[in-house]
Write a protein that binds this ligand. Structure first.
Ligand SMILES: C[S@@+](CC[C@H](N)C(=O)[O-])C[C@H]1O[C@@H](n2cnc3c(N)ncnc32)[C@H](O)[C@@H]1O
Length: 253
């Protein structure tokens, strides 16, 4: 049993650092999104923003021959990406850097593809796409997942949960219009399967949280953290017909 009381942020990192993913997604979904991008050999310089420990970054590296820079605000996640890339002999062309998606530390017009899963809602869909546009070459692509309303009905308790977490969900059509407003041609949008949430994220995360509860016995912060995560699962199971992650793919024009 651990004596030191962890903070919420420390718990978030500790719960997620050993997981393949830090949000809903799958390799099948990455491949489906890539299928809309035409000839993949054109992608020489790629950014993966909010990459976490790099689950999707490494899948991208299997399908693309270019250099991939994963950016995340948490140094622990970036270190994990670098270690994971090294263990797969990919460190020559997959590198992590610590940075802020809202203020990218890159040269303008430098990327053929900007990828981002489960992260853009932290800064806002329009703000993110608008800021990232100038870092893409003309004709480059953006491919992002963002939690979105799938129906016109927006249950209050789900909406409030997401707002408290710092994310404002929008309808798919509204997000497509925002993408177009930010200087992209709309290419495709599709909703992620339920397994992306459950099998690939919630179930492994629940195991990690159970270990934290065991490790930090009788710690209020851990109890609160576990409850918040379980509430997220409960709301998703109740309202999964109303909201979900959606992949949005656009071309910089
Ligand atoms: C839900 S996780 C998704 C991680 C990974 N892309 C995945 O799908 O497994 C969101 C990630 O975005 C990162 N993030 C959130 N806001 C950020 C910001 N402003 N700049 C950089 N990274 C950020 C978090 O640290 C976290 O790793």
């Amino acid at each position: 049993m651990e004596n030191k009381k962890p903070t919420f942020l420390e718990l978030l990192i500790e719960a997620h650092i050993g997981l393949d993913r830090q949000g809903p997604g799958s390799s099948k979904t990455v491949e489906k999104a890539l299928s809309f991008l035409g000839d993949l050999n054109r992608f020489k310089n790629i950014a993966d923003l909010g990459c976490g420990t790099g689950g999707q970054t490494l899948i991208l590296a299997e399908h693309l021959s270019g250099n991939i820079t994963g950016l995340d605000m948490f140094p622990d996640f970036v270190d994990a990406l670098d270690k994971n890339a090294k263990s797969r002999n990919l460190s020559g062309r997959v590198k992590g850097i610590v940075g802020n998606m809202e203020d990218l530390p890159f040269e303008k017009d430098s990327f053929d593809l900007i990828w981002s899963e489960g992260a853009i809602d932290n800064i806002g869909f329009e703000k993110g796409l608008g800021h990232w546009r100038s870092f893409l070459k003309n004709g480059g692509y953006v491919a992002v997942t963002c939690p979105s309303w799938l129906t016109d009905k927006h249950p209050d308790e789900a909406e409030q949960f997401w707002l408290d977490a710092g994310s404002q969900l929008d309808l798919i059509g509204n997000n497509i219009a925002l993408m177009q407003k930010c200087g992209y041609q709309f290419i495709a949008a599709f909703a992620l399967d339920e397994e992306c949430w459950t099998d690939n994220y919630f179930y492994p995360r629940e195991q990690a949280i159970s270990r934290l509860v065991e490790k930090y016995k009788n710690c209020d912060t851990v109890t609160e953290y576990a409850e918040l995560n379980r509430r997220e699962v409960e709301l998703y199971m109740k309202y999964k017909q109303n909201y979900g992650y959606v992949f949005y793919i656009g071309k910089a024009v």
